[in-house]
Design a protein around this ligand. Sequence first.
Ligand code: IMP
Length: 192
Amino acid sequence: MISIVFATNNQHKLRELREIAGNALIIKSLKDVGLDTDIPETQETIEGNARQKARFVYEKTGLDCFADDTGLEIAALYGRPGVYSARYAGEGCNFDDNIKKVMEEMQGVEDRRACFRCSICMIYRQNEYMFEGRIDGEITQGPSGSDGFGYDPVFRPDKQSQTFAEMPPYLKNGLSHRGRAVQKMLQYLARL
Ligand code: IMP
């Protein structure tokens, strides 16, 4: 069984990853490997941030690991918040602040198309790999649902009647940007 460290301090992501990977992988948290630190995330792209986070954890621990970085890209906002999704409403903001800002900016906007993009960087047996996942959808008129995290209450995937926050976790994970990127990573590891 492959054991790998997930380079994140986000407990929502950790739970999702464990649900997606099921029995295919043993996913260790940073706490499990004794790393209690903020991970730098200062690049201009989600790919760059995923790489930076995975390399940071690899340099600190020498263990096989992976990191993900995600951005919500809204067409009418020219791709914002994108790589700035976590701190869109400013330093120290929370999920509600970010949603509020998006709702304000999208007020009265007809074109509500958006997508989530996720990049995963995996460092395995000293080699580095990138995997991508994307889901298209739209920004709703208001938040709905209490599952998930981040922008989930205001993102409805194409062909779905529920936002990510209204879906049971298995449904979100089966469709989501992160779920798709992780499936690619799992398929790659299964072939090794
Ligand atoms: P990160 O930099 O990958 O941690 O993600 C940036 C921000 O995007 C997070 O703080 C969340 O607000 C948002 N985000 C990441 N993944 C998801 C998701 O699956 N659903 C909704 N929002 C997400």
